[in-house]
Each structure stands twice: as C-alpha cells, then as structure tokens.
Design a protein around this ligand. Structure first.
Ligand SMILES: Nc1nc2c(ncn2[C@@H]2O[C@H](COP(=O)(O)OP(=O)(O)OP(=O)(O)O)[C@@H](O)[C@H]2O)c(=O)[nH]1
Length: 481
C-alpha cells in the first residue's frame, strides 16, 4: 500500500501547493489591477484610479487564510512587474510599492481584530468601522507618500501626504465595500437564485435614473455636478441589496474620479490646482458613504423583519408553522390548487396518550417528544407540503396534488416511522410513542383549509376510537398489522 504525503503550511493547515497557487493568483490580480491604474492615469500624475490596494485588502479580509507571506510576495511581484513594464526604475517601483503595502497592511491588521459580521458588512455599524479602517490605512499610505514625494518627484512632503491619502480614501471607499458585500456563491442558496433572477422593469428604475444622473452630471460639468447622482444613489440604497448599492456607488466614484483626472469634468473649478483636486476626491468619497450607510441599515432592517415574520408565523417549540401561519400558508396553497383544479389531501395528526407521556416522564420530556415528532414528519415531507402545529400535540399537513391513496401511504409511513423511533428520555428504557392520523381528501381543492379540516378531524376521531396508532380516512379505518 502506498501513501501520498503532502506538505502543509503550519499556520493555515493548507497544502503548500495551495499556498503557492494562491500566491500566483494574488500576483496576477495585483499585476492586472496595477496595470489598469497605470494605464488610466493622466500623464505625469500618480494614478487617480488605483484599484490594486483596495482589491488586495478586500480579498485578504474576505479570505484571511490567503493573507500569508507567499501571497504578500506574489503581490510584491505583481506591483513591481507592472511598474517595471511601464518604464519605472527598480527604486521607484519599490518605493511606490511600500506606499501600497502600508495601506493594505494597516487595513488588514485592524480588520483582523473585528468579528466576521463586522468585516463582511452585515451590521449597520460595519460602515463606521469600514471608514475608520480605510482612513487609518490611507493615513499610513499618506505618511509613506510624504517621504516618497520629495525623493521621487521633488515635491513637498505635505503634497505627497495629501495626494496619496485622498486618492486612497476615494479608491478604497469605492472598491472595498463591493468586495466585502459580494454574496457567497452556493449551489443551493437563495442568494444564488437572486443573483440570476432578472429584475422586472420597475426594479431597474433606480439604477436607470442613477446612470442617467451620472451622465447628466458629466455632461453639464458645473460646480455642483458631483452631487447630482445623490438622490438616485439613495433610491438605489433603499431598493437594492448592499452589494448592488456598493457596486453602483463604486461606479459613481470611479466615473467621477476618471472624469476629473482626465479633464472631462472641470466642475467650473481649476482641478489642476492640487487643493481643489484633493477636496473633490474627499467630497466624492464622502458622498459614496451615504448610500452605503442607508443600504446597510436597510439590510439589517430586512433581516430583522424576516426574523420577526418567522417568529410570528412559527411555533417556537417545534419550529413548525403555528395555527395562524398554517392557515395563511395553507389557504394560499389551496386557492392556487382550486384555480388549477388540482387535488389536495389534509392529514390531522395527534400523538397518542400524550398526557401520560407528560405525567410519567415530565413536561420537559414531553416537549422533546413534540420536537422529535415535528422533525420526523418534516423530514418525510416535500418542500411544497405545508406542516403546522394547531394545538398541544395536534399537527396538520397539507399535501398538494395528492389523492387519498397517496395521502394514505404518506400517513402510514409517518405512523410507522414515529412508532418505531426510540425517543430520548431520562428513563433507562427508551420511550416510545404512537400517533393517530385522520385524512380528508378532495379531487379538486376547495379554496380554504377550514372546509377540509372538520372532515380530517372527524377521521382522526375515528382513528382514536379504533384503538389509536392507526390511520383513518373518509369511510375507511385500518389498524396496523
Ligand atoms: N410537554 C408538553 N405538553 C403539552 C404541550 N401542549 C399541550 N400539552 C399536553 O398534552 C396533553 C394532551 O392530552 P389529551 O388532550 O388528554 O390527549 P392525550 O393524552 O394525548 O390522549 P389522546 O389524544 O386521546 O390519545 C395535555 O396533558 C397537555 O398538558 C406542550 O407544549 N408541551
């Protein structure tokens, strides 16, 4: 027998080849982003649009296990290669890379002290942390800029600081939130369905108005132009997810920065003047913050609403639908089945002698039996079936597109499975319980559950009288065995 040994990184536990392929990917990503920044910069100026640092920080925060020394070496190689390829000297390239690393390193060190829900922008206060962290990183980069500017460009330390600080602030606030808010791609997650489901026309409206207002701002090019897209951005923030809002905000920031740095927008001010340019960059960065704040508050509010809706419609003990939730969901389903002239069956399930379970084993064990019962039944149903608890030990299942024969088979399976299940209890002997089930079926569903429920209840009554642990339907009752 042969065994295949793989070298592992001691800190991450990942195979070494994994760390190397990550380093290569980070290197290529940094190279591409740095090249993009260099290509789009106006002649003689440091790049106004510089996505590399923000993308690197975003990826490291999102995937902390990639932020190891091989990846840092990959990033170093990416930065230097992009500079050398576009005519920089080694000295210049290494000094500029030091500034880039200062931002990523400081940002990452602070982010590593935060909880995941803060890092991934899942709480409204995340945006405050985001701003503070980006400001700290940009200050570090500005400090390096204040040293580099006199050495490389014969400018003042103050100008170096302001230029690097403001550029990083605007770039990072436009790009980092997009990466942090990116939804996780899971094959079966509802998020995936949302990603590929195209919005209706009405849902496109805020985005369309946003694009139009950015175009008008660039076209009119007057002193207030950068503020024109604010209302549309806020409309987007209350209409879309945080990710989509951060994407649109990023588009706004990049469009404004590129229009100003390429001279397409002068805003009625002398943007060649360093102070005006810096003030505009900071204004753009601050404008981008407002929609991010609103979108994150909306996200938290929607999550809370969802939680409240769940609490209002579900039984806290078994997590099955409660009476109100069941009636609402079942009536909606029955109306659809009625309109489509399709069959339906309703099961009413009641655990036998449940009072004696409580009396002999205690209320806590009774609760456990109810939870186990709900888990077993839930596991045997289809996604389209509706399951709820309507009283103490009484449950209801609505089976769409299901005639009496099928309903009988399902009820029998539930009865047999629950009867065989050894329930956990304090006693030495495993506790067993049984269930009686009544069935009511309709060839064409009636538009409301309450019309079938009395029949199912009546069938259940007959099942109880036939000795319990059995299934009864309209006109038929069978005892097991
Ligand atoms: N542990 C627990 N017991 C509950 C809960 N809700 C109701 N019960 C108990 O469920 C028992 C229901 O008893 P009965 O209605 O007499 O019915 P049964 O003993 O199951 O008898 P049959 O239905 O005729 O087989 C009562 O003792 C209630 O106190 C609950 O949430 N937890």
């Amino acid at each position: 027998m042969t065994t295949k040994s793989t070298l592992h990184d001691q800190r991450t536990g990942w195979p070494v080849h994994h760390a190397l392929s990550n380093a290569l990917l980070i290197g290529l990503l940094t190279f591409g982003m740095a090249l993009l920044g260099i290509i789009t910069r106006p002649m003689g100026l440091l790049a106004a649009f510089w996505p590399a640092n923000a993308v690197l920080l975003g990826v490291f925060v999102r995937h902390p296990r990639t932020a190891r020394w091989p990846s840092w070496l990959g990033a170093l190689a990416g930065f230097v290669a992009a500079d050398l390829l576009t005519g920089s000297t080694w000295t210049k390239s290494l000094l500029l890379t030091a500034g880039n690393f200062a931002f990523v390193l400081v940002g990452l060190l602070i982010y590593q002290t935060q909880r995941e829900e803060i890092r991934l922008l899942r709480r409204p206060e995340s945006i405050v942390y985001l701003v503070l962290i980006i400001v700290a990183g940009a200050l570090a980069e500005g400090a390096v800029g204040s040293v580099i500017n006199p050495v490389l460009f014969h400018g003042s330390a103050e100008a170096g600081f302001s230029y690097w600080f403001s550029a990083e602030l605007a770039n990072a606030l436009a790009i980092v939130p997009v990466i942090l808010a990116l939804p996780t791609w899971r094959a079966s997650s509802p998020g995936r369905a949302r990603l590929i489901r195209w919005p209706t026309m009405a849902k496109w409206m805020p985005a369309a108005v946003f694009v139009a207002s950015v175009m008008i701002a660039i076209r009119l090019n007057d002193s207030g132009s950068i503020a024109y897209p604010i209302p549309a951005l806020l409309w987007c923030a209350i209409s879309y997810s945080l990710f989509t809002t951060s994407l649109l905000t990023s588009m706004y920031g990049i469009a404004m920065m590129l229009s100003i740095s390429t001279g397409q927008m002068s805003l009625g001010a002398a943007t060649s003047d360093l102070h005006t340019l810096l003030a505009l960059r900071i204004a753009i960065a601050l404008i981008a913050l407002a929609p991010l704040m609103v979108a994150s508050v909306m996200g938290a509010r929607n999550a809370l609403l969802k939680q409240l809706q769940h609490l209002a419609s579900h039984d806290p003990l078994t997590d099955a639908l409660n009476r109100g939730g069941l009636m609402e969901r079942a009536d909606m389903l029955m109306r659809q089945l009625h309109d489509a002239r399709q069959p339906v069956s309703v099961l009413m399930l009641d655990i036998d002698h449940f009072k004696s379970v409580n009396d002999q084993h205690g209320h806590a064990t009774g609760d456990r039996v109810l939870r186990e019962f709900a888990r077993i039944v839930h596991g045997m149903l289809r996604d389209t079936d509706v399951f709820g608890r309507i009283g103490g030990e009484e449950f209801v299942v609505v089976l769409p597109n299901c005639g009496q024969d099928n309903a009988w088979q399902i009820a029998e399976r539930i009865r047999a499975q629950f009867g065989q299940h050894a329930l956990s209890s304090e006693a030495a002997v495993p506790l067993r319980a049984t269930v009686s089930i009544g069935i009511a079926s309709a060839g064409i569903a009636m538009p409301s559950l309450s019309t079938l429920l009395p029949d199912a209840d009546h069938a259940l009554y007959r099942a109880k009288h036939a000795g319990r642990n059995c299934v009864a339907a309209a006109g038929t009752t069978k005892n097991p065995g």
